[in-house]
Design a protein around this ligand. Sequence first.
Ligand code: AAM
Length: 328
Amino acid sequence: MFLLCIANTELSKIPSLSAAGENVEAIKYTVPSDAELVYWGKCLTSSFLPVDPEGHPTPAILTRAAYEEAQFPVMVVRTGSFIPPACPYVEISSTPGANPLERPAVIEAKRIYSWAKTLGHNISAIEPLVVIGESIPGGTTSAFLVLKALGYDGMVSSASPKNPTNLKVEIWKKCCEVYGISEGSLRHKGLDALSLLGDPMQAAVAGIAMGSFNRSRVVLAGGTQMLAVAAILRHEGYNGEIEIATTKYVATDKTANFADLAESLGIKIHVVPVDLSRSAFKGLSDYERGYVKEGVGAGGALWYATYLGLSLDRLTDKIEKLYDNLIK
Ligand code: AAM
């Protein structure tokens, strides 16, 4: 089963921090639109496709292409989004994460985690393979804050080719002043770091994974955000195998340290060599130039479809056709 965990964080209201939406106002619609795109193949809550500030389309198109071709089961899990999606979903929380510079980010973290764990336990009774993706604009910054607090010195990726790394570091430094913390000072408790600095998606994905590990193979679908989830799992005492599937765009992102961070966390990574360079659409071919890169579980969904026997060529054709239809 492919699970899409959708959430928001108030961090996405900081100008220029997230490129997962055309602007700060449009970013509110990214999450429901991503879920609707995956579920129905079209957006309902908004009439516009989520795009970055330069018009490059959401990676939900890649996820939808994998789903349409491979027909694996899909479930949307809402864990705190500004706007609910217009599709069936399981709700664990409806409260978005806070900006940690204003107040602790996820005061409900332990409740979300424990509910998610029971959801994972139940899903694992019927599903041997659980692939978990996310959509949360600003999520690479909450991932960075959690990784720093847990003691990992590496940069996260970004939805933009111009990763706002200085801004991310500045927010971390301010959090250190506000809470009297430093790199690694919260390393003894993954959930405490999450509660102070993370986001509700991390709590839900970590919980679902922890609840599923006993009976299912779990693959976290995403880039450096899933490394933060993996770090939380490690710092909650999980020593078993953790797998992450992501696109080559994150794995080769020179502004981030995906491979090094994955190695220090002992993660098994699956890099999907998706190639959009021959697309007739600049919106897609620019993925090769570092735009968008990953999200909405795109890398994991493509990995899942290839695991089920589909070729990447067929999936790439489908991505092209879907985007063509969506912009007509
Ligand atoms: C999700 N929806 C998206 C998108 N993502 N629509 C357009 N572009 C994306 N990249 P940042 O921290 O820079 O905002 O990046 C994280 C977000 O980008 C996540 O929501 C992820 O799913 C992706």
